[in-house]
Design a protein around this ligand. Structure first.
Ligand SMILES: Cc1cc2nc3c(=O)[nH]c(=O)nc-3n(C[C@H](O)[C@H](O)[C@H](O)COP(=O)(O)OP(=O)(O)OC[C@H]3O[C@@H](n4cnc5c(N)ncnc54)[C@H](O)[C@@H]3O)c2cc1C
Length: 359
């Protein structure tokens, strides 16, 4: 495609979309306001390569995750690795659904797991547990990969100020492009959906033990997940990881600046208490290391929709990111819209199918 396209934001979405477009000959420029790619939400999350187990309440997200997982491993074979023991468990009292319902949803969605009929010795008060093949993302390798892959197309330390959406082109800070793709997760242009910004805190822990990944589902529950660094885990909690609900990106960023040692102490106490209810050995096995802060852009609603959406306004595309493995959906939607816009409109067919029929 003989286009010149600007991508704003070098998170997972911007980096993947730009790489995909570059590989089919599109001239791309990626603008990122930080000094390295994958610096904001993409570099401060639980690094879980989802397979759908998190989303019992949203079919579309499960489908995108299940398919995205397989495509991610094929396309980026060096950017994730398996986790020897990766357990999803359904607590008896606090889950929104019971284990049998959870199992049926995953089975009917074609998501593979192995049930642990005797539970797991580290788990307490759960209705059932399963071993899953979900993987962990290798964030430092990914950063290196995209830095090299994008080369001079990646313009770091450049915060895009203006987007002028014209009939024949679109200008980014005064430079003309054929299209622009906003991959800032709604921080530059808002996506036309009912969204809000959620600042978040993740807790980091070290352990000398070979601890499994443990995720408690479904609903306001907690999880412990390994990172790419040996012995380093994150602790996340649906009710305690969020730091508030904001209608503006600036408001959410201000909130992160105000995170105090007291607040970290309170969050730590709440999250440790929550995980210990089902994983009683947590405090003995883990030592607190520190925090990571980021902002999620979320859709309002209780269905837990984390699928990806793409919108177009003239020459500007905006991406409402889903999970990391839903990057493939975004690229395909953009390519499909571009193909439709630039395909042949009317075709004269003088030859009738009737001529091909033998009498
Ligand atoms: C606490 C937490 C845990 C999560 N856990 C997981 C998980 O385990 N697995 C998973 O799949 N997903 C997880 N997610 C979601 C995941 O982080 C997002 O799906 C993903 O990072 C979105 O990528 P992105 O590229 O759209 O956004 P981002 O990574 O936020 O990238 C947007 C980029 O745009 C840049 N930018 C913004 N404005 C401008 C501008 N004006 N000019 C130039 N650059 C600009 C930003 O600097 C940023 O680098 C988690 C998120 C959070 C916050």
């Amino acid at each position: 495609m003989p286009f010149k396209i600007a991508v704003i934001g070098a998170g997972w979405y911007g980096c993947h979309i730009a790489s995909s477009l570059a590989s089919i000959g599109v001239e791309v420029v990626v603008f990122e306001r930080n000094k390295r790619p994958l610096h904001e939400a993409s570099g401060n999350n639980q690094f879980r390569l989802h397979l759908g187990f998190h989303y019992a309440r949203h079919h579309g997200t499960r489908q995108q995750s299940r398919d995205g997982f397989l495509r991610f491993i094929e396309r980026y074979p060096t950017l994730s690795r398996p986790i020897p023991e990766n357990i999803y468990a359904v607590p008896k009292n606090d889950s929104l659904i019971d284990f049998m319902t959870y199992k049926l949803i995953m089975t009917s969605s074609g998501i593979d797991f192995v049930e642990l009929p005797n539970g797991h010795p580290l788990l307490h008060n759960v209705g059932g547990a399963m071993q899953t093949p979900e993987r962990v993302l290798l964030i430092n390798t990914a950063r290196e990969y995209f830095t090299r892959r994008l080369g001079s197309a990646l313009v770091l330390d450049h915060e895009v100020q203006s987007i002028q959406n014209g009939d024949d082109d679109v200008e980014i800070d005064g430079v003309k492009f054929d299209y622009v793709i906003d991959c800032t997760w709604g921080h530059k242009t808002r996506v036309p959906m009912d969204t809000f910004y959620e600042p978040t805190i993740l807790l980091y822990y070290d352990t000398k033990e070979k601890f499994p990944a443990i995720t408690l589902v479904d609903g306001p529950l907690a999880s412990i997940y390994p990172t790419e660094s040996e012995g380093l885990y994150t602790l996340s909690s649906v009710p305690h990881t969020p730091l508030g609900i904001f209608t503006s990106s600036d408001g959410a960023r201000e909130c992160l600046k105000g995170v105090s040692a007291d607040l970290v102490g309170q969050k730590r106490a709440l999250m440790e208490e929550q995980i210990s209810a089902n994983v009683p050995g947590f405090r003995d096995a883990f030592e607190f290391m520190g925090i990571q802060l980021a902002i999620k852009t979320k859709l309002r609603g209780r269905s837990d929709d984390r699928s990806c959406y793409v919108f177009q306004d003239g020459r500007v595309f905006s991406v409402m990111s889903g999970k990391i493995d839903t990057i493939f959906f975004a690229t395909e939607r953009i390519l499909s819209i571009l193909e439709a816009e630039h395909s042949i409109d009317s075709i004269d067919v003088s030859h009738s199918l009737r001529h091909d029929i033998r009498s």
